[in-house]
Design a protein around this ligand. Sequence first.
Ligand SMILES: *Cc1c(COP(=O)(O)O)cnc(C)c1O
Length: 524
Amino acid sequence: MDRQITKGKKMMFVETRGNDGKKPAKVPFSYAILNPSTSFGGLYVPENLPKLDEDFFIKMSQKNYQELALEILKLFEIDIDESVLKEALSLYDKFDNKHTPAPVSKVKNDLFVNELYHGPTRAFKDMALQPFGHILSHLAKKRNEKYLILAATSGDTGPATLDTFKDKENIQVACLYPDGGTSDVQRLQMVTNEGENLKVIGIRGNFDDAQNALKSLLASDTFKESLKKQHINLSAANSVNFGRIIFQIIYHISAYLKLLKYEILAKKGDESVNIKENIESLAKQEIEVGQKFYIIVPSGNFGNALGAYYAKKMGLPVEKILIASNINNILTDFLTTGVYDISKRELLQSTSPAMDILISSNVERVLFDKFGAKRCKELMSDLAEKKSYKLTQDELAALREEFDAVYSDDEYALWAIAKFAKEGYVLDPHTATCIKAYEELKKQDIPCVICSTAEWTKFAPTMWNALQNDKKKYSDKEALEGFSKKLNVKIPAVISSLFDKKILHPDVVDKSDIEKTITKFIKG
Ligand SMILES: *Cc1c(COP(=O)(O)O)cnc(C)c1O
């Protein structure tokens, strides 16, 4: 499929499972992000991708992150005014360093970490949700339309979604989390949020129950009726929304530019560093223009990995994208055997809960890109009906040109956390799964860039278990203090202050009461 950009034309979006003749055949970006549901339950994807060449990379290596992001977004030619894009990108001002929201640290000679967690909720979800939230609420206001965003979270999407939509006009958010299924820090980030337009609801059950509750809500006629009466539209803020994916392409490109332009940090622990000072003291070009590198992604719903895939396709010199999974190793199975089979699987709980997932939604976008809409629809119907699908040998070979995968269990991840922490670098339990990929899948002597998806502070009990080499049940508070003292790493104020905040969303309900609770909330 040739996807050259047609100059001067706005980029349009098509559907991964083809068009049913009722929905528009092609839609602009604004439509795709406001109405992410498509024909046959597919996803929106860009019709073409812009191409980046060496001149572009050289030119861009002089720019800061916000400038780079704007240039890339402009190449996509989406139907959003440049002034709005600039406002959206200015939300990176809220990160630890506004010009470098995603710093890259050097951990070993050939191993770098793209730190994507320096935003307001300390998880990589902020990288996309901050600017995305601004664009979505801008569109809602401009069209004078009201939107309800429904989110089910295992812990990171919830806080990031609430933070980005807090007090935004024309938007309401209802967020479901499994009570007892998140860390204390994650729960407090949600239940202490002061936004008037937000509702946070604990569910008696696990993440699957929360997600299923959301699905039955979306199918409920009485619920749809009450939304209609109040002229409220539904949208989604999970990574099925392309509005998030577009921002997840950029940081992979930015990491490469940092390897090119001497902007690598080497630091001990998690101390805040003065970036200028470090650039001067460590100035070294790590990679030549055009030299290839590996990207390693701890994957769940495959949004982060898809961003890397699109970046590669646009011209970023990526050798391969290495997928790290945990014991829910469906992606590893799929990318090594070509069979995606959930029929005999049950979701297992791990120390990397944001990767505890069996249906990894964004794989579909890669299938479409490689094999077209007809085949993609066929495979997705197999998944729905037979709970499995199988690629041909040729199809598998095509995927393996781009990806390889490996998984690690909790024991391995905890071992990696302790090993790296002792050597002076702190990896959270999700990022720690990438070490296995670095050890086993790297076939060439070229740099590896790990995407680090969360700050350790969100998973302090696991971090403290790793360091103490025990299995005791610590509270987040004691684990935060223990870990930070022992390794002399800072706890940011946005985390430590959570424990003194007022609980504003105390509701924990049975599944059967969710509809009632949300209906009451949207009526105000
Ligand atoms: C969401 C999340 C992931 C998984 O990212 P995907 O884009 O869904 O693959 C990994 N780690 C952390 C900490 C996360 O919050």
